[in-house]
Design a protein around this ligand. Sequence first.
Ligand SMILES: Nc1c(C(=O)O)ncn1[C@@H]1O[C@H](COP(=O)(O)O)[C@@H](O)[C@H]1O
Length: 163
Amino acid sequence: MVGIIMGSLSDRKIMQQAADALSELGIAFEMEIVSAHRTPERMLEYASTARSRGLQVIIAGAGGAAHLPGMVASLTSLPVIGVPVLSSNSIDGWDSVLSILQMPSGVPVATVALDGARNAGILAAQIIGATDPAVGKRLDLFKEGLKEKVAVMNEELRNHLGS
Ligand SMILES: Nc1c(C(=O)O)ncn1[C@@H]1O[C@H](COP(=O)(O)O)[C@@H](O)[C@H]1O
């Protein structure tokens, strides 16, 4: 249902967080290494067959000169979420962010924060949940969980201030 791709195995630790979020929300995904620079033919094949293979959203993570998300977005009309990765060849992360963020008009990539793969997974679920009531319900429960966590934090803060 969701395709997670990344430019290198070195992105895996970050991109796993997107997979974990999708697993928590009960959404199927596939994970693969595809690089615009190193495997351009593979990228073309992946993006141009994504819809016919049943994918609904693509999450693409890359670092440095991060052209993968934008190039994939140019090849498919599926929504693409870009994850800028702070990689070993990245100067300070801004290169990855700006490579993904500053897309030309007509070819959007929904860019999350630097290393923000978890949010990419949640956003992919929200895109699917817009039309899938079962996923929407799981997301509502997830949001309730966030509120409960803040309530617990406030409880801890009060205990700390009181002691
Ligand atoms: N930005 C891209 C693309 C691409 O955009 O096609 N392919 C690989 N990379 C990135 O290069 C970084 C270093 O990769 P290596 O660790 O393999 O040298 C990774 O963060 C990868 O996403």
